[in-house]
Design a protein around this ligand. Structure first.
Ligand code: GLN
Length: 241
């Protein structure tokens, strides 16, 4: 079995080590003998999303988001087609914000989004910073997901589901208790950490979804996640006491 992974703008959208999400996805596949072809795509470089199985967009400061917005916009129709065809996408924070209608920065500049997902983001004065725990419903299970958030943007959802419910922390806007976005196989979140290394169940869910989409078995070999689970328990105890 083989999966094609696209990491978009790896040098520009890599806030707080978000590239660790690609490393975790790749490593948990390799441990199971699933071959990964990694395509790192920078500004102006071409990629055929139809041939991809997992696409990752990391976080970035307003400056980086501004730098990549025009290039990302050029990819809108190909990305829309791939998302509607079930491409598994993980977009974190700054990368997440750009999939919506727009991101208005603190100085009032509008960074246009791809308008692929029904939400918008507007920066607020106080940055939303801290450890965060959310509850995520995956087909047959409910999991607690731990991470770290640091964003000025407040995201407000239209007719679209959140990824999860905030148990501790701010989430999309610090007000409506929603965090991230979920649409088909697109998973958006404000959680850095990086997210996937801290939450192996979510990583495996993304891997299984990508395999199933290509007609392969989504039953994954067991991995010993005792270290990750122990680390999660520390954060759950600290934040949910
Ligand atoms: N620049 C955006 C904000 O401040 C995204 C930040 C990030 O990716 N951590 O909301």
């Amino acid at each position: 079995m083989k999966l094609n992974v696209c990491h978009l703008y790896p040098d520009l959208l890599n806030l707080y080590g978000d590239r660790g999400n690609v490393m975790a996805f790749k490593q948990r596949c390799s441990w199971r003998g699933i071959k990964i072809n990694l395509f790192e795509v920078n500004l102006g470089e071409k990629i055929n999303f139809k041939e991809m199985d997992f696409l990752f967009l990391g976080g970035g400061s307003d400056r980086e988001q501004n730098l990549i917005a025009a290039d990302l916009t050029q990819r809108t129709s190909d990305l829309k087609e791939a998302i509607e065809d079930g491409l598994v996408v993980l977009a974190i924070c700054g990368g997440y914000q750009l999939l919506g209608k727009y991101y208005r920065t603190l100085d009032g500049k509008i960074i246009p989004g791809l308008e692929l997902l029904d939400f918008y983001t507007e920066a607020g004065l106080k940055r939303l910073i801290g450890n965060i725990i959310i509850e995520v419903v995956l087909e047959d299970s409910i999991i607690q997901v731990v991470g770290f958030e640091n964003h000025a943007g407040r995201t407000f959802l239209g007719h679209i589901y959140p990824l999860g419910r905030v148990l501790s922390g701010y989430g999309n806007n610090g007000k409506d208790n929603k965090e991230g976005v979920r649409y088909k196989n697109v998973f958006c979140s404000y959680l850095h950490g990086p997210l996937l290394p801290k939450n192996p169940m979510l990583t495996d869910y993304l891997i299984a979804t990508a395999l199933k989409r290509r007609g392969w078995s989504d039953k994954l070999d067991f991995l010993d996640d005792s270290l990750e689970i122990a680390a999660q328990k520390v954060m759950l105890k600290r934040l949910l006491k």
